[in-house]
Ligand binder design. Structure first.
Ligand code: ZN
Length: 125
């Protein structure tokens, strides 16, 4: 934890030639809006740009959710992709193909939970 320090009341992590700010989660949407708004390129590019200056727990998952709901990103994505990369999975039976992902963080519940584990059985219609 020697690389963590306070600078102007902000929690920071020292890097080789700079530092990044550990951002309170409540400010994350404003930062994502600013960086995504540069060009609505992709979630990965937005995360990469934000990581040059800021960090917070769950940043990648939160940016992906944000981008999935951004109409400008979705429009740009469809105009960039000449051919769809999606294809039909061949699924023979229940539990043959299962996708699992973690979404969040969301508002913390009284029990201290802030993320969702999502599992999809592709056999289901
Ligand atoms: Zn966008």
């Amino acid at each position: 934890m020697a690389n963590v320090f306070l600078h102007s009341s902000l929690l920071c992590v020292k890097r080789v030639d700079t530092h990044i700010i550990i951002l309170p989660w409540i400010l994350s949407e404003e930062i994502i809006t600013q960086y995504d708004g540069m060009d609505h390129a992709s979630a990965d590019r937005t995360v990469s740009r934000i990581h040059q200056h800021y960090a917070w727990y769950g940043i990648t998952a939160y940016v992906k959710i944000f981008v999935s709901f951004c109409s400008a990103c979705q429009h740009a994505k469809h105009t960039r992709t000449a051919h769809s990369k999606y294809f039909d999975l061949e699924v023979g039976t229940v539990m043959d193909q299962v996708s699992i992902d973690v979404c969040g963080p969301f508002a913390t519940t009284r029990d201290g939970n802030s993320v969702l584990l999502v599992a999809v059985d592709h056999f289901s219609p």
